[in-house]
Design a protein around this ligand. Structure first.
Ligand code: IPM
Ligand code: MG
Length: 368
Protein backbone atom coordinates (compact mmCIF):
# COMPACT_ATOMS: atom_id res chain seq x y z
CA UNK A 1 0.00 0.00 0.00
CA UNK A 2 1.41 3.39 -0.93
CA UNK A 3 1.73 6.06 1.72
CA UNK A 4 -1.33 7.75 0.19
CA UNK A 5 -4.03 5.15 0.67
CA UNK A 6 -7.54 6.49 0.46
CA UNK A 7 -10.77 4.57 1.04
CA UNK A 8 -13.88 6.03 -0.59
CA UNK A 9 -17.26 5.20 0.95
CA UNK A 10 -19.85 6.94 -1.26
CA UNK A 11 -22.80 5.61 0.75
CA UNK A 12 -26.40 6.52 -0.07
CA UNK A 13 -28.53 9.14 -1.79
CA UNK A 14 -26.42 11.84 -3.41
CA UNK A 15 -23.24 10.32 -1.91
CA UNK A 16 -22.23 8.37 -5.03
CA UNK A 17 -22.90 11.34 -7.34
CA UNK A 18 -20.81 13.81 -5.40
CA UNK A 19 -18.07 11.23 -4.85
CA UNK A 20 -17.73 10.67 -8.59
CA UNK A 21 -16.74 14.35 -8.92
CA UNK A 22 -14.14 13.90 -6.18
CA UNK A 23 -12.71 11.01 -8.21
CA UNK A 24 -12.10 13.47 -11.04
CA UNK A 25 -10.19 15.78 -8.70
CA UNK A 26 -8.15 12.84 -7.41
CA UNK A 27 -7.32 11.84 -11.01
CA UNK A 28 -6.44 15.44 -11.80
CA UNK A 29 -3.95 15.48 -8.90
CA UNK A 30 -2.28 12.35 -10.26
CA UNK A 31 -2.11 13.62 -13.84
CA UNK A 32 -1.05 17.20 -13.13
CA UNK A 33 0.62 17.35 -9.74
CA UNK A 34 2.33 13.98 -9.49
CA UNK A 35 0.36 13.19 -6.34
CA UNK A 36 -1.18 9.78 -6.72
CA UNK A 37 -3.39 7.88 -4.35
CA UNK A 38 -3.99 4.23 -3.81
CA UNK A 39 -7.79 4.51 -4.02
CA UNK A 40 -10.23 1.77 -3.04
CA UNK A 41 -13.98 1.93 -2.65
CA UNK A 42 -16.52 0.12 -0.48
CA UNK A 43 -20.09 0.25 0.79
CA UNK A 44 -21.47 1.95 3.88
CA UNK A 45 -24.92 2.79 5.25
CA UNK A 46 -28.02 1.64 3.40
CA UNK A 47 -25.93 0.47 0.44
CA UNK A 48 -24.00 -1.86 2.76
CA UNK A 49 -27.22 -3.01 4.40
CA UNK A 50 -28.68 -3.92 1.00
CA UNK A 51 -25.59 -5.96 0.13
CA UNK A 52 -24.65 -7.48 3.47
CA UNK A 53 -27.52 -6.92 5.92
CA UNK A 54 -25.35 -4.60 8.01
CA UNK A 55 -24.60 -0.87 7.53
CA UNK A 56 -20.87 -1.47 8.08
CA UNK A 57 -19.28 -4.80 7.20
CA UNK A 58 -16.32 -5.88 9.37
CA UNK A 59 -14.12 -6.04 6.26
CA UNK A 60 -14.97 -2.43 5.46
CA UNK A 61 -14.12 -1.37 8.99
CA UNK A 62 -10.79 -3.12 8.69
CA UNK A 63 -10.06 -1.39 5.38
CA UNK A 64 -10.94 1.93 7.01
CA UNK A 65 -8.63 1.20 9.96
CA UNK A 66 -5.78 0.51 7.57
CA UNK A 67 -6.28 3.41 5.16
CA UNK A 68 -4.41 6.69 5.60
CA UNK A 69 -7.73 8.47 5.16
CA UNK A 70 -11.39 7.66 4.56
CA UNK A 71 -13.68 9.88 2.49
CA UNK A 72 -17.40 9.31 3.03
CA UNK A 73 -20.30 10.65 0.95
CA UNK A 74 -23.52 10.39 2.96
CA UNK A 75 -25.70 7.74 4.57
CA UNK A 76 -29.43 7.19 5.04
CA UNK A 77 -32.72 7.47 3.20
CA UNK A 78 -36.45 6.91 3.64
CA UNK A 79 -36.12 3.38 2.28
CA UNK A 80 -34.44 2.43 5.56
CA UNK A 81 -36.78 4.22 7.96
CA UNK A 82 -38.49 1.03 9.09
CA UNK A 83 -35.28 -0.83 9.91
CA UNK A 84 -34.35 -1.85 13.42
CA UNK A 85 -32.26 0.84 15.15
CA UNK A 86 -29.22 -1.46 15.25
CA UNK A 87 -28.95 -1.74 11.45
CA UNK A 88 -30.02 1.74 10.37
CA UNK A 89 -27.60 3.37 7.90
CA UNK A 90 -26.59 5.96 10.53
CA UNK A 91 -25.31 3.15 12.78
CA UNK A 92 -22.69 2.40 10.14
CA UNK A 93 -21.33 5.92 10.40
CA UNK A 94 -21.50 5.96 14.20
CA UNK A 95 -19.66 2.63 14.37
CA UNK A 96 -16.92 3.92 12.09
CA UNK A 97 -16.46 6.99 14.29
CA UNK A 98 -16.43 4.95 17.48
CA UNK A 99 -14.26 2.03 16.38
CA UNK A 100 -11.72 4.29 14.69
CA UNK A 101 -11.80 6.45 17.83
CA UNK A 102 -12.29 9.62 15.79
CA UNK A 103 -12.87 11.86 18.75
CA UNK A 104 -12.25 15.29 17.26
CA UNK A 105 -14.76 16.41 14.65
CA UNK A 106 -13.66 19.58 12.87
CA UNK A 107 -16.52 21.47 11.26
CA UNK A 108 -15.39 24.69 9.66
CA UNK A 109 -18.07 27.26 8.83
CA UNK A 110 -16.72 29.61 6.23
CA UNK A 111 -18.84 32.04 4.32
CA UNK A 112 -17.76 32.36 0.70
CA UNK A 113 -18.05 36.00 -0.36
CA UNK A 114 -19.98 35.02 -3.46
CA UNK A 115 -22.62 33.32 -1.28
CA UNK A 116 -23.08 35.79 1.61
CA UNK A 117 -26.44 36.83 0.18
CA UNK A 118 -27.82 33.29 0.65
CA UNK A 119 -27.48 33.36 4.41
CA UNK A 120 -30.63 33.90 6.43
CA UNK A 121 -28.62 36.55 8.30
CA UNK A 122 -27.56 39.95 7.00
CA UNK A 123 -24.48 39.93 4.74
CA UNK A 124 -22.48 42.10 7.16
CA UNK A 125 -23.09 39.60 9.97
CA UNK A 126 -21.80 36.64 7.94
CA UNK A 127 -19.48 38.18 5.30
CA UNK A 128 -15.94 36.90 5.84
CA UNK A 129 -17.06 34.48 8.55
CA UNK A 130 -14.45 31.79 9.25
CA UNK A 131 -15.01 29.77 12.41
CA UNK A 132 -14.24 26.20 13.39
CA UNK A 133 -16.40 23.98 15.58
CA UNK A 134 -14.56 21.13 17.26
CA UNK A 135 -17.17 18.60 18.30
CA UNK A 136 -16.36 15.66 20.57
CA UNK A 137 -17.47 12.67 18.50
CA UNK A 138 -17.05 9.35 20.28
CA UNK A 139 -18.63 9.81 23.70
CA UNK A 140 -21.29 11.75 25.56
CA UNK A 141 -24.96 11.00 25.29
CA UNK A 142 -24.54 9.40 21.85
CA UNK A 143 -22.76 6.42 23.39
CA UNK A 144 -23.26 6.58 27.18
CA UNK A 145 -24.69 3.60 29.09
CA UNK A 146 -27.27 2.83 30.29
CA UNK A 147 -29.42 3.45 27.26
CA UNK A 148 -32.54 1.97 25.82
CA UNK A 149 -36.30 1.91 26.16
CA UNK A 150 -37.43 -0.03 29.24
CA UNK A 151 -40.72 -0.79 30.88
CA UNK A 152 -41.36 0.80 34.27
CA UNK A 153 -44.72 -0.19 35.69
CA UNK A 154 -47.31 0.65 33.10
CA UNK A 155 -45.22 2.82 30.87
CA UNK A 156 -42.07 2.84 28.79
CA UNK A 157 -39.08 4.97 29.70
CA UNK A 158 -36.49 6.17 27.16
CA UNK A 159 -32.99 6.41 28.61
CA UNK A 160 -29.72 7.90 27.38
CA UNK A 161 -26.76 8.83 29.49
CA UNK A 162 -24.43 11.80 29.21
CA UNK A 163 -21.03 10.61 30.35
CA UNK A 164 -17.57 12.09 29.92
CA UNK A 165 -14.24 11.03 31.39
CA UNK A 166 -11.46 13.52 32.07
CA UNK A 167 -9.27 12.05 29.34
CA UNK A 168 -12.08 12.25 26.79
CA UNK A 169 -12.45 15.94 27.56
CA UNK A 170 -8.76 16.82 27.71
CA UNK A 171 -7.90 15.16 24.40
CA UNK A 172 -10.57 17.01 22.44
CA UNK A 173 -9.64 20.24 24.24
CA UNK A 174 -6.04 19.73 23.05
CA UNK A 175 -7.26 19.33 19.48
CA UNK A 176 -9.10 22.65 19.79
CA UNK A 177 -6.14 24.51 21.32
CA UNK A 178 -3.73 23.12 18.70
CA UNK A 179 -6.06 24.25 15.91
CA UNK A 180 -6.53 27.67 17.49
CA UNK A 181 -2.78 28.21 17.48
CA UNK A 182 -2.85 27.80 13.71
CA UNK A 183 -5.83 30.15 13.34
CA UNK A 184 -6.94 33.10 15.46
CA UNK A 185 -5.58 31.70 18.76
CA UNK A 186 -8.95 31.83 20.54
CA UNK A 187 -11.08 28.99 21.93
CA UNK A 188 -14.59 29.23 23.35
CA UNK A 189 -15.73 26.11 25.23
CA UNK A 190 -19.48 25.44 25.45
CA UNK A 191 -21.40 23.23 27.90
CA UNK A 192 -24.24 23.51 30.42
CA UNK A 193 -22.25 23.64 33.65
CA UNK A 194 -25.25 25.39 35.21
CA UNK A 195 -27.36 22.24 35.04
CA UNK A 196 -25.16 19.23 34.23
CA UNK A 197 -22.33 17.68 36.26
CA UNK A 198 -20.75 16.51 33.02
CA UNK A 199 -20.69 20.20 32.07
CA UNK A 200 -18.99 21.15 35.35
CA UNK A 201 -16.29 18.56 34.71
CA UNK A 202 -16.01 19.67 31.08
CA UNK A 203 -15.36 23.27 32.14
CA UNK A 204 -12.83 22.23 34.82
CA UNK A 205 -10.84 19.94 32.54
CA UNK A 206 -10.77 22.41 29.65
CA UNK A 207 -9.53 25.09 32.07
CA UNK A 208 -6.87 22.78 33.57
CA UNK A 209 -5.64 21.70 30.12
CA UNK A 210 -5.46 25.33 29.10
CA UNK A 211 -3.48 26.41 32.14
CA UNK A 212 -1.07 23.50 31.97
CA UNK A 213 -0.40 23.33 28.25
CA UNK A 214 -1.88 26.22 26.27
CA UNK A 215 -1.73 29.41 28.39
CA UNK A 216 -0.86 31.39 25.24
CA UNK A 217 -4.29 30.66 23.70
CA UNK A 218 -7.21 32.87 24.73
CA UNK A 219 -9.92 30.75 26.40
CA UNK A 220 -13.51 31.67 27.20
CA UNK A 221 -16.53 29.65 28.35
CA UNK A 222 -20.19 29.92 27.43
CA UNK A 223 -23.32 28.00 28.27
CA UNK A 224 -24.29 26.15 25.12
CA UNK A 225 -27.73 27.77 24.86
CA UNK A 226 -26.20 31.25 25.11
CA UNK A 227 -23.60 30.09 22.61
CA UNK A 228 -26.35 29.20 20.15
CA UNK A 229 -27.80 32.66 20.59
CA UNK A 230 -24.39 34.36 20.16
CA UNK A 231 -23.71 32.29 17.04
CA UNK A 232 -26.73 33.79 15.35
CA UNK A 233 -26.27 37.29 16.83
CA UNK A 234 -22.62 37.94 15.97
CA UNK A 235 -20.82 34.77 14.82
CA UNK A 236 -17.60 36.57 13.95
CA UNK A 237 -16.81 36.91 17.67
CA UNK A 238 -15.70 33.23 17.57
CA UNK A 239 -12.59 31.55 16.27
CA UNK A 240 -12.61 27.93 17.54
CA UNK A 241 -15.56 26.52 19.50
CA UNK A 242 -15.06 23.27 21.41
CA UNK A 243 -18.07 21.37 22.70
CA UNK A 244 -19.51 17.94 23.39
CA UNK A 245 -21.10 15.48 20.99
CA UNK A 246 -24.76 16.51 21.20
CA UNK A 247 -24.26 20.27 21.60
CA UNK A 248 -21.74 20.04 18.77
CA UNK A 249 -24.31 18.34 16.55
CA UNK A 250 -26.74 21.21 17.10
CA UNK A 251 -24.27 24.10 17.10
CA UNK A 252 -22.58 22.90 13.93
CA UNK A 253 -25.90 22.82 12.08
CA UNK A 254 -26.52 26.41 13.16
CA UNK A 255 -23.02 27.44 12.12
CA UNK A 256 -23.43 25.65 8.81
CA UNK A 257 -26.63 27.47 7.96
CA UNK A 258 -25.03 30.84 8.75
CA UNK A 259 -22.92 30.35 5.66
CA UNK A 260 -26.08 30.01 3.60
CA UNK A 261 -25.02 26.84 1.90
CA UNK A 262 -24.96 23.41 3.50
CA UNK A 263 -23.83 22.12 0.12
CA UNK A 264 -20.46 23.81 0.59
CA UNK A 265 -19.27 22.57 3.97
CA UNK A 266 -16.68 19.86 4.57
CA UNK A 267 -15.71 18.18 7.82
CA UNK A 268 -12.89 16.09 9.25
CA UNK A 269 -13.04 13.57 12.08
CA UNK A 270 -9.63 12.92 13.55
CA UNK A 271 -8.36 10.32 15.99
CA UNK A 272 -5.12 9.80 17.82
CA UNK A 273 -1.89 10.08 15.82
CA UNK A 274 -0.76 6.80 14.25
CA UNK A 275 2.82 5.56 14.07
CA UNK A 276 3.70 7.97 11.24
CA UNK A 277 2.42 10.93 13.27
CA UNK A 278 -0.70 11.38 11.16
CA UNK A 279 -4.09 10.98 12.83
CA UNK A 280 -6.59 8.36 11.80
CA UNK A 281 -9.12 10.30 9.83
CA UNK A 282 -12.49 10.31 8.15
CA UNK A 283 -13.62 13.18 5.96
CA UNK A 284 -17.21 13.84 4.96
CA UNK A 285 -19.48 16.63 3.80
CA UNK A 286 -21.70 18.14 6.49
CA UNK A 287 -24.78 17.68 4.29
CA UNK A 288 -26.82 14.47 4.33
CA UNK A 289 -27.89 12.03 1.64
CA UNK A 290 -30.65 14.34 0.28
CA UNK A 291 -32.86 11.49 -1.00
CA UNK A 292 -35.28 13.98 -2.58
CA UNK A 293 -32.75 14.96 -5.24
CA UNK A 294 -30.66 11.77 -5.38
CA UNK A 295 -29.86 10.37 -8.81
CA UNK A 296 -30.93 13.53 -10.63
CA UNK A 297 -27.56 15.21 -11.12
CA UNK A 298 -28.66 18.20 -9.03
CA UNK A 299 -26.43 17.79 -5.98
CA UNK A 300 -23.62 20.19 -5.19
CA UNK A 301 -20.33 18.26 -5.11
CA UNK A 302 -18.36 21.12 -3.50
CA UNK A 303 -18.67 19.96 0.13
CA UNK A 304 -17.31 16.54 -0.80
CA UNK A 305 -14.55 18.06 -2.95
CA UNK A 306 -13.62 20.37 -0.04
CA UNK A 307 -13.63 17.37 2.31
CA UNK A 308 -11.01 15.82 0.04
CA UNK A 309 -9.07 19.10 0.35
CA UNK A 310 -9.17 18.71 4.15
CA UNK A 311 -7.78 15.19 3.69
CA UNK A 312 -4.94 16.59 1.59
CA UNK A 313 -4.13 19.03 4.38
CA UNK A 314 -4.59 16.96 7.54
CA UNK A 315 -3.76 13.40 6.40
CA UNK A 316 -1.28 13.86 3.59
CA UNK A 317 0.53 17.04 4.56
CA UNK A 318 -0.31 18.53 1.16
CA UNK A 319 -1.47 21.94 2.31
CA UNK A 320 -0.45 23.57 -0.99
CA UNK A 321 -2.52 21.10 -2.98
CA UNK A 322 -5.43 21.59 -0.56
CA UNK A 323 -5.20 25.33 -1.15
CA UNK A 324 -5.26 24.70 -4.89
CA UNK A 325 -8.55 22.77 -4.60
CA UNK A 326 -10.08 25.32 -2.22
CA UNK A 327 -8.99 28.15 -4.50
CA UNK A 328 -10.56 26.41 -7.50
CA UNK A 329 -13.91 26.07 -5.68
CA UNK A 330 -13.78 29.71 -4.62
CA UNK A 331 -13.04 30.81 -8.20
CA UNK A 332 -15.88 28.73 -9.62
CA UNK A 333 -18.32 30.40 -7.21
CA UNK A 334 -16.96 33.86 -7.90
CA UNK A 335 -17.36 33.17 -11.63
CA UNK A 336 -21.04 32.45 -11.00
CA UNK A 337 -21.40 28.66 -11.34
CA UNK A 338 -24.37 27.61 -9.18
CA UNK A 339 -25.86 24.21 -8.48
CA UNK A 340 -29.59 24.18 -7.67
CA UNK A 341 -29.02 24.54 -3.90
CA UNK A 342 -27.33 27.90 -4.53
CA UNK A 343 -30.05 29.35 -6.73
CA UNK A 344 -32.57 30.82 -4.27
CA UNK A 345 -32.03 34.41 -5.32
CA UNK A 346 -30.08 34.18 -8.55
CA UNK A 347 -31.78 33.99 -11.90
CA UNK A 348 -30.38 31.76 -14.60
CA UNK A 349 -30.25 28.02 -14.81
CA UNK A 350 -28.32 25.82 -12.40
CA UNK A 351 -25.35 23.70 -13.39
CA UNK A 352 -25.53 19.96 -12.80
CA UNK A 353 -23.36 17.96 -10.41
CA UNK A 354 -21.06 17.04 -13.27
CA UNK A 355 -21.19 20.62 -14.57
CA UNK A 356 -19.88 21.85 -11.22
CA UNK A 357 -17.20 19.16 -11.44
CA UNK A 358 -16.28 20.41 -14.95
CA UNK A 359 -15.97 23.96 -13.62
CA UNK A 360 -13.75 22.91 -10.72
CA UNK A 361 -11.46 20.92 -13.03
CA UNK A 362 -11.28 23.89 -15.42
CA UNK A 363 -10.38 26.18 -12.52
CA UNK A 364 -7.69 23.72 -11.37
CA UNK A 365 -6.28 23.71 -14.92
CA UNK A 366 -6.34 27.51 -14.99
CA UNK A 367 -4.36 27.60 -11.74
CA UNK A 368 -1.46 25.50 -13.12
C1 IPM B 1 -24.01 14.57 11.88
C2 IPM B 1 -25.27 13.80 11.73
C3 IPM B 1 -25.11 12.48 12.47
C4 IPM B 1 -24.99 12.81 13.95
C5 IPM B 1 -26.19 11.44 12.20
C6 IPM B 1 -26.34 11.16 10.72
C7 IPM B 1 -25.91 10.16 12.94
O1 IPM B 1 -26.36 14.55 12.19
O2 IPM B 1 -22.95 14.06 11.47
O3 IPM B 1 -24.06 15.71 12.35
O4 IPM B 1 -26.00 12.99 14.64
O5 IPM B 1 -23.86 12.87 14.42
MG1 MG C 1 -25.87 16.57 12.67
Amino acid sequence: MSSHSLLLLPGDGIGPEVMSQVRRVIDWMGANRGVSFDVSEDLVGGAAYDAHGTPLHDDTLEKAQNADAVLLGAVGGPKYDGLDFSVKPERGLLRLRKEMDLYANLRPARCFDALAEFSSLKPDVVGGLDIMIVRELTSGVYFGEPRGIVKEGNERVGINTQRYTESEISRVARSAFELARRRGNRVCSMEKANVMESGVLWRDVVTETHQAEYPDVELSHMYADAGAMQLTRWPKQFDVIVTDNLFGDLLSDIAAMLTGSLGMLPSASLGAPMAGGKPKALYEPVHGSAPDIAGQGKANPCACILSFAMALRYSFDLGDEAGRVEGAVEKVLADGARTADLMQKDGGSPVSTAGMGDAVIAALDAGL
